[in-house]
Design a protein around this ligand. Structure first.
Ligand SMILES: Cc1cc2nc3c(=O)[nH]c(=O)nc-3n(C[C@H](O)[C@H](O)[C@H](O)COP(=O)(O)O)c2cc1C
Length: 413
């Protein structure tokens, strides 16, 4: 069942940093891009080096930082051209009013602007950041319009409190959003035909107005799947229990609390979906009744009566028709046996099984080590992977199952 993954992003990305107060945020952007598995090369203007040192960005990117056009070693092989030629994308974050004006006018008088001038075959994305008056200056606005007309891309600045003390538009877009947009640009668009319904996080089953039953699911796996699916062009509906995960870009997010609410939201979104990935840790039990007022502490012990919650996956399995249905099994014993039984009982196409008795993986952690088990009986054991990468591996299976439906069918014995 498992075939080589189709979504490694081995891309080289150039990050231009210019002399604005938000230059320090380039450190976070570079670090996050490296964590996404990208080969990041930083180019700094002379003025950017007044705000953040090349050493910082060199350590974070793991590559030499480029600063000079006329440098004996950096320019041995006409570096400004060769680096652009082997890059997949050029991001300028933060982009000053000055650099926007220079590029819009065709000026190439330092290494960064020379590289932008040479980057005609790759996407160039500007993330501007400046004082509100500088941003709203008609010259800046006309430069931005001109650059957009030539196909340059923009990640618009946000409105809010600015470092200069002003309020208004001009603050650098959120570094996490910038990284997500870059990764989204680089991801293959192989899921554009899919509408993927993803569930994530725990559920909370109320005992009284201030207490509830829950589990340690962080939602990270489901959010990673939703984010990766959107980056690969799918329409995504994410139904999430309470989590502290940042909402992914370009995803319809429906927040729920209890298993019952999750069921309602899933059944509403289900008809429009083509694939369902149930990564939520839905509580199997809920208090039989919910006290209207806070239950007072008593000397005697309190006995809670529990009822079972709706089995959403089972219901989806009965209604799935030609949709793909992918489930998760969090087990503490007999992992493969229990996961296979769940796959069979719930009519799934695939099940992703992980052993939650191992502390270093699973719930809460940023990484996971799983086995992907197919309907045809196949098992693929993946190494310990960041959930972000694992999400892509799970999504790769959608394409494989669609192009070869027999893979998902049970082998005749
Ligand atoms: C403390 C300080 C903060 C600055 N912040 C910004 C800024 O956020 N955005 C901007 O466009 N220019 C800002 N400037 C002005 C730029 O540094 C100046 O226009 C410079 O020429 C930009 O050079 P570069 O685009 O080559 O990096 C700032 C200047 C100073 C001294």
């Amino acid at each position: 069942m498992m075939e080589p993954n189709v979504t490694e992003i081995p891309a080289t990305v150039l990050v231009g940093v210019t002399g604005g107060i938000a230059a320090y945020k380039a450190a976070e952007i570079v670090r996050s891009l490296v964590k996404e598995g990208l080969d990041v090369h930083v180019v700094m203007t002379r003025n950017a080096q007044e705000f953040i040192t090349p050493l910082t960005l060199q350590v974070l990117s793991g590559n030499p930082v480029w600063t000079e056009t006329f440098h004996l070693t950096q320019e041995q092989k006409i570096g400004h051209i060769s680096l652009v030629d082997r890059s997949s994308l050029l991001l300028i974050a933060p982009a000053t009013a000055n650099v926007l004006g220079k590029v819009a006018a065709g000026v190439a008088d330092d290494l960064l602007t020379t590289m932008v001038c040479a980057a005609t075959r790759i996407p160039v994305i500007f993330a501007p950041s400046m004082n509100v008056n500088m941003y709203q200056n008609p010259i800046t606005q006309e430069n931005i319009e001109r650059l957009k007309r030539f196909g340059y891309l923009f990640i618009e600045p946000e409105e809010g409190e600015l470092a200069c003390g002003y309020e208004g538009v001009g603050r650098l877009a959120d570094p996490g959003d910038i990284v997500e947009q870059v990764v989204g640009r680089l991801a293959p668009k192989d899921l554009t035909e899919e509408h993927i319904l993803v569930t994530a996080g725990p559920t909370e089953e109320a005992i009284d107005p201030v207490r509830f039953l829950t589990n340690p699911s962080s939602g990270k796996m489901g959010y990673a799947i939703a984010r990766a699916a959107a980056q690969r062009g799918a329409k995504v509906t994410l139904i999430s229990g309470p989590t502290s995960c940042a909402p992914p870009l370009d995803v319809e997010l429906v927040r729920v609390r209890s298993a019952e609410e999750m069921r309602k939201a899933v059944m509403k979104a289900f008809p429009a979906s083509t694939t369902v990935v149930m990564a939520a840790a839905v509580s199997d039990f809920a208090p039989a009744s919910r006290a209207k007022q806070k239950v007072k502490k008593q000397d005697a012990s309190l006995t809670l009566k529990l009822k079972t919650t709706p089995d959403i996956l089972l219901e989806l399995g009965q209604k799935k028709e030609d949709r793909l249905l992918i489930g998760f099994a969090a087990e503490t014993q007999s992992l493969v046996k229990n996961a296979r039984a769940k796959l069979e009982k719930k009519n799934l196409d695939l099940i992703v099984a992980n052993d939650v008795s191992r502390k270093e993986i699973g719930f809460q952690s940023d990484s996971n080590q799983v086995k992907i088990i197919g309907k045809d009986g196949s098992i693929s054991e993946l190494p310990l992977l960041p959930k972000r990468v694992l999400a892509h591996r799970v999504l790769d299976q959608i394409g494989i199952l669609r192009s070869n439906p027999g893979k998902g069918r049970r082998r005749k014995t």
